[in-house]
Design a protein around this ligand. Structure first.
Ligand code: R1P
Ligand code: URA
Length: 304
């Protein structure tokens, strides 16, 4: 049975497909762009070389992988959904089925808490995570007075992107959007779009009003001054690249600003279309420019 999994520790089907992302060796290139929205992945795939057919696979867990060539170089574009755990599934499972070095660029959307405006581009050269402190006493009992050391949100240390890859992305984005629309800096990856991103909601007790209080002086900015963007995956990508045993992953991240968390402005659907078109090409250019020690499987197992 080709779909049977023999090993619970490393779930791969008899056919060699990783359990969640659903791909096998030869279906994913060493150079990868990850996005959250599968429609964005399809949009980027329109830039791929027309003379190589695009391989497309959608997994039962919502991962979409598209593989083809860009300027003659094999690349994959993946729609992975949202959140740190989806990035964790993706990076770990892809690492199992691709040999040689990997270059992974996330191209997402984000909120700004810095100088960038809605519609600008942010190159995230470093990232920390903000996670809900599930043990915070008030989450358990709203009548408890928390001790002064207890905080409702935790902050990790900072992990870094691959510098060369960042520079290439930055220069491609500047070429496409102009210097005044491209910002580079520190990103906060949050474990919720809502609570740990400081959104105020009527239905839950989140104790998050200090995180981003519509000024640049919230707990996020105080903990890490200079934080310019917030989103939900980049930290995990940088963290896994750093903790890969053979240091074989070059990771970087850029994002389109969809939300201004200081003014509360949100991007229009028309502007998203426009940014994705131009941004996708810039990111593909950066992806194929980077030096990489690629290992391609033999022809019969390879989709490109
Ligand atoms: C939330 O709306 C989603 O948008 C951002 C966040 O990281 C989160 O995944 O990125 P994507 O547009 O790539 O999904
Ligand atoms: N993505 C996020 O995670 N947050 C925002 O505010 C916008 C996009």
């Amino acid at each position: 049975n080709k779909s049977k999994i023999e090993n619970a520790n490393s779930p791969v089907t008899g056919e060699g497909r990783v359990y969640h992302v659903g791909v096998k060796r030869g279906e994913v290139a060493n150079r990868i762009i990850t996005v959250g929205d599968p429609k964005r992945a399809e949009e980027f795939a329109k830039w791929l070389d027309k003379d190589t057919p695009i391989f497309r696979i959608k997994s039962h867990r919502g991962f979409l992988t598209l593989t083809g060539k860009y300027k003659g170089v094999p690349v994959s574009i993946a729609g992975i959904g949202m959140g740190m755990s989806m990035m964790d599934f993706f990076v770990r499972e892809i690492r199992k089925v691709v040999d040689g070095q990997l270059s992974i660029i996330r191209f997402g959307s984000c909120g700004t808490i810095g100088e960038a405006k809605v519609g600008d581009m942010i190159v995230q050269n470093s990232a920390f995570a903000v996670t809900r402190n599930y043990n915070y006493s008030c989450f358990f009992d709203e009548n408890v007075t928390p001790s002064s050391e207890e905080k409702p949100y935790n902050f990790t240390r900072i992990f870094f992107a691959d510098i060369d890859l960042c520079k290439k992305i930055e220069s491609q984005l500047v070429k496409s959007f102009g210097k005044e629309h491209v910002f580079t800096g520190l990103n906060a990856t949050c474990d919720s779009f809502y609570s740990s991103q400081g959104r105020k909601e009527d239905n839950f007790r989140d104790y998050n009003s200090d995180l981003i209080p519509n000024t640049h002086t919230g707990t996020i900015s105080k903990t890490y001054p200079g934080t310019i963007s917030i989103e939900m995956e980049t930290f995990m990508l940088f963290h896994l690249a750093k903790s890969s045993k053979d240091h074989s992953i070059k990771a970087a991240s850029a994002a389109m600003v969809f939300a201004d968390r200081i003014t509360n402005e949100f991007i229009s659907p028309e502007k998203i279309e426009e940014l994705q078109k131009v941004g996708g090409k810039a990111i593909l250019n950066a992806l194929v420019e980077i030096e990489l020690n690629e290992v391609h499987p033999d022809n019969e197992n390879c989709v490109w």
